[in-house]
Design a protein around this ligand. Structure first.
Ligand SMILES: *Cc1c(COP(=O)(O)O)cnc(C)c1O
Length: 417
């Protein structure tokens, strides 16, 4: 087991000892968590950082309510997309001038995929991997259609061999949303560069939980999500990263007035701003952006290496307890067994996965279901404890023993699963 040695045999007291020795234990206090819940869904919607409500109260009552339009200058609203980007940068190993916060991940994929294709006008292939998050594919398909190029989607097993000198842009998710499998960011960036391709990383399931070194790895382009492991709140704006060596060559397809070098000159023609401001299109959702701003303070002094070590230890513990306690209940392990290849989640397949997820939620253990048959448990190491893993598997064991997942009330599907 990576990071933390787990004693054998294991009981609840021994697991509590792991929490007592956890260097990140105190970080949990930076979050507001309901006492009666075990929250294993921080990969879909991060928990509420304790600093956010007071900050938003001030933003709404003072900055909006009293300072009104003056806040664009006096309260720094205008610079906020770049300022919050600079705050986020160290979490993903970027330089402070390489990140801007704006729009949604989907929209940013569109902007950066076109920008990436424009860097290789002589090539006609976008390469992506089958089975990953569909919004990325929808966007890439639209980009391919608009530019009249080919979107080549290959199975994971064939992916690395398909990175050839025909390819203009490789678009990949760093951690797969369903399985949790990791693509090595440094190594695959190098593969793309070896054949002269541009790489666009989607960091939705890795930003805030996996240490990474975007700049030093030479990664060209990346997008990521503000509301998952970065805890920015529902619908938090996403981010764009562009390596500083490329920024002045980048041209994105949604030029708006916020990406203009002199927006308040209201000129009839577009003159692109220097640096990352060129990725901006329109006015930011300031309330959401400033919630993310305050949320990022929770990362303050936290070492991403320690986060990763705890993440691997939490998922190892989960797999071990699942094996020991519900190993004969028909679960398959979908996530990689090697912790180095696994993001901060454990995905288990089961024919009744949907109803099992519902039965767990009814018992106060929140994970989620991903079609067709996956119970997905996400681990945000800044606030999930080892004892939460123990208690969650205890509840899962009871759900399986009692077969309560067969009850009618656990079959109904809501819009969001
Ligand atoms: C969560 C996620 C998204 C989300 O996109 P939005 O535009 O924010 O809704 C995109 N891509 C991946 C890989 C994701 O996991």
């Amino acid at each position: 087991m990576a990071g933390v040695p787990v004693p054998v045999p294991l009981d609840r007291d021994a697991v509590c000892e792991l929490d007592a020795a956890d260097p990140l234990a105190g970080v949990r206090e930076r979050f507001v968590l309901p006492l009666d819940l075990i929250y294993l869904d921080g990969n879909s919607l991060g928990a509420l950082p304790a600093a956010v409500p007071a900050h938003l109260y001030d933003v709404v009552h003072r900055e909006w309510g009293k300072d009104l339009i003056r806040s664009w200058n006096s309260n720094g609203w205008w610079e906020a997309p770049l300022r919050v980007g600079a705050k986020l940068a160290p979490i993903i190993g970027a330089h402070s001038n390489e990140v801007v916060v704006c729009d949604s991940t989907s929209v940013n994929i569109f902007k950066l995929a076109i920008a990436g294709m424009r860097l290789r006008p002589d090539r006609r292939v976008i390469l992506a991997e089958g089975g990953t998050f569909p919004t990325d594919h929808y966007m890439l398909a639209s980009v391919a259609e608009l530019l009249g190029v080919e979107l080549r989607i290959v199975p994971t097993a064939d992916l690395y061999a398909a990175i050839t000198d025909e390819v203009a842009l490789v678009s990949l998710t760093n951690v797969d949303y369903r399985t949790g499998a990791i693509h090595n960011l440094e190594a695959v960036t190098q593969l793309a560069h070896d054949v002269g391709a541009v790489i666009l990383w989607d960091l939705a399931h890795s930003a805030g939980v996996l240490p990474m070194n975007l700049h030093d790895a030479g990664a060209d382009l990346a997008v990521g999500c503000g509301y998952k492991f970065l805890n920015g709140g529902p619908g938090a704006p996403a981010f764009c990263y562009v390596h500083e060596a490329l920024q002045d060559q980048i041209s994105q397809p949604l030029p708006g007035w916020l990406g203009h070098v002199r927006p308040f000159d209201f000129e009839p023609s577009f003159d692109v701003a220097p640096g990352m401001a060129r990725l901006l299109t329109g006015t930011s959702p300031i309330l959401s952006l400033l919630a993310l701003d305050a949320a990022l303070d929770a990362f303050g002094d936290v070492s991403m290496q320690q986060v990763r070590e705890k993440s691997m230890a939490l998922t190892e513990l989960t797999l071990r307890l699942v094996d020991e306690r519900v190993g004969d209940s028909g679960f398959g392990v979908v996530s990689p067994l090697d912790p180095q290849l696994r993001g901060s989640q454990v995905s288990l397949s089961h024919p009744h996965a949907f109803a099992i997820t519902q039965a767990l939620i009814a018992r106060g253990v929140i994970g989620d279901f991903r079609t067709p048959d996956i119970l997905r448990l996400g681990f945000a190491p800044m606030y999930v404890r080892y004892v939460d893993v123990w208690d969650a598997v205890t509840e899962l064991d009871e759900v399986m023993q009692t077969k309560e997942y067969l009850l009618d009330r656990h079959q109904a599907r809501a819009t969001v699963t």
